[in-house]
Ligand binder design. Structure first.
Ligand code: HEC
Ligand code: HEC
Ligand code: HEC
Length: 438
């Protein structure tokens, strides 16, 4: 790594910090070490320790703590899962109550500092691979409940391997600066012009559900906040992965403004709905977290998602001109479709309700960027196993069966058949996706 990279990075951050100061943001927050001043939410009723733990278990699921804090085939909550990003590989920590290696020595206050301020017990600022940028919206009462749940787990002795942060991001003052510019602690403030249900949905989506951690474009310094200090759900590629989390506010991507609330609820809790099927990281979110929401909470989330103001989709690549050459490609694609795909997805892309997703009129098929659709065909996959869809049918991977050119042809075909209109896919795009598969 060359010196100029550090210089550029630092200059860049200093520039941003200066900008934040000028624009009156909370730049001074980190530097003077102030703590949050919000009033803590007061529990409305006194609840027993047991009720608090049960509530904490529920909230921890809504926040999917276990999803990140569990290694593949590891003990739940004992950490060790690697999250790779362009900034390095972050390894989640042991949050079972083991005194030596977990958080057995922590108290409610220490835990609140982590959730609300993104600081470890010893004051070390944490990397935002831990989504405290969203969890900061969680109330003190809910934080305490999650803590009591974690403390009730069986302790697991498992040491935390160190993060492998790339140079120069391992230079701690850079993280402090980043936080000063991009992170503003503060619990969710209800919008009094909206219903209690809407506010509950917003609290879940923005806070515990940390949906924006994936569904928002990050700038090159991994921040989701715009210069105006807002986060959106406008869609973005997930850092360090080959998945695009579509915009939840654009009707061309995954916006649900024109869906019946019931269909949104169905998608969130079962992973499938008449208009969409969850795959990859979203299938994990549904399987590990959203399917466990109460009816009321799932409904509240859906009401909030449906209300998101329409935003423009990212520039849509236009559909191909119907030249003789293009028609010829699409005919070849149709042949591959008939041979490999039609049995499940149907002769007119209609799918089979509840079993195989339709491809006709499916936004996941025509979306820009096309990385998910390429990935679906290369890797195959399963919707999540949920109470509402206990035996999901899967899609076989075609990475071996078809070469890049064939995958490109069949994808170009399904993006332009049965009324679908979208850009053609090239063999080079497919090849690029193969590299990113892990
Ligand atoms: C997207 C992945 C992700 C999710 C979801 C997540 N964490 Fe973490 N968490 C991390 C990472 C990565 C770290 C380590 C950050 C670092 O080392 O700077 C971390 C660190 C922590 C720490 C600090 C531990 C220490 O020793 O300083 C606590 C406490 C914690 N997480 C609790 C939780 C809880 C509670 C939840 C659910 C409400 C949760 N995490 C959800 C990724 C995640
Ligand atoms: C770990 C990253 C991640 C998180 C966290 C996440 N999503 Fe997603 N989401 C994705 C990806 C990737 C897709 C695209 C794959 C797909 O269509 O299922 C997606 C797709 C979706 C879709 C469209 C489904 C479809 O097939 O059309 C909806 C709706 C959605 N997410 C809602 C949410 C909500 C609400 C939350 C928060 C409770 C959330 N997501 C949290 C990654 C994530
Ligand atoms: C054995 C049945 C089967 C076959 C054969 C099959 N698929 Fe699928 N396909 C599925 C299932 C099931 C899903 C849902 C997978 C998931 O949620 O991860 C799916 C998902 C998809 C998706 C993503 C749709 C969405 O809403 O996210 C696309 C695109 C797709 N298939 C295209 C194809 C193409 C192209 C072929 C042929 C090369 C093919 N499929 C062959 C069963 C099949």
């Amino acid at each position: 790594m060359k010196l100029h990279v550090i210089v550029v990075t630092i200059t860049c951050l200093l520039g941003l910090a200066a900008f934040a100061t000028l624009s009156g943001s909370d730049f001074s927050f980190e530097l003077i070490g102030a703590t949050a001043t919000e009033k803590e939410a007061r529990p409305e009723t006194i609840i027993s320790a047991e009720q608090q733990r049960a509530r904490g278990a529920y909230l921890a699921r809504a926040a999917n703590c276990v999803g990140c804090h569990t290694a593949q085939s590891g003990r739940p909550y004992a950490g060790g899962r690697s999250l790779s990003t362009p900034f390095g590989t972050f390894i989640t920590t042991n949050i079972t109550p083991d005194k030596a290696t977990g958080i057995g020595d922590w108290n409610e206050e220490d835990f609140w500092k982590a959730m609300h301020e993104g600081k470890s017990r010893d004051g070390r600022p944490l990397y935002p691979a831990f989504p405290y940028t969203e969890y900061t919206k969680v109330t003190r009462e809910d934080s305490n409940a999650i803590f009591s749940h974690l403390q009730s787990l069986a302790p697991v002795a498992q040491h935390n391997p160190p993060n492998r942060v790339n140079f120069p991001y391992d230079f701690q003052p850079l993280l402090s600066l980043w936080r000063a510019v991009y992170f503003k602690p503060g619990i969710y403030q209800p919008d009094l012009s909206k219903s209690d249900e809407w506010n509950r949905g917003a609290y879940l989506v923005q806070g515990l559900g940390h949906c924006s951690a994936c569904h928002t474009e990050r700038n090159p310094l991994a921040s989701m906040r715009s210069a105006a200090g807002e986060t959106t759900l406008g869609g973005g590629q997930i850092m360090g992965s080959n998945w695009y989390a579509p915009s939840l506010s654009s009707s061309a991507e995954a916006g649900s403004a024109d869906w019946p609330v019931g269909d949104i609820v169905q998608l969130l809790v079962t992973g499938v709905s008449p208009r969409a099927t969850t795959s990859g990281p979203m299938a994990e979110v549904v399987g590990q977290s959203l399917q466990h929401l109460t009816k009321e909470d799932a409904h509240a989330m859906a009401v909030y998602l449906k209300s998101l103001r329409e935003t423009k989709a990212r520039s849509r690549a236009s559909a191909p001109a119907p030249t003789e050459e293009v028609q010829n490609w699409l005919r070849q694609g149709a042949r591959i479709y008939k041979q490999h795909c039609q049995d499940c997805h149907g002769a007119s892309g209609q799918g089979a309700p509840g079993i195989y997703p339709p491809l006709a009129g499916n936004r996941a098929v025509t979306m820009t960027p096309p990385i998910n659709v390429i990935r679906s065909v290369l890797n195959g996959g399963y919707p999540p196993v949920t109470a509402g869809n206990p035996h999901p049918y899967g899609m076989p991977p075609f990475a071996q069966a078809l070469h890049d050119g064939e995958v490109a042809l069949v994808l170009s075909y399904i993006r332009n058949a049965w009324g679908n209109r979208a850009s053609l896919i090239t063999a080079a795009q497919v090849d690029k996706s193969r590299e990113g598969i892990h």
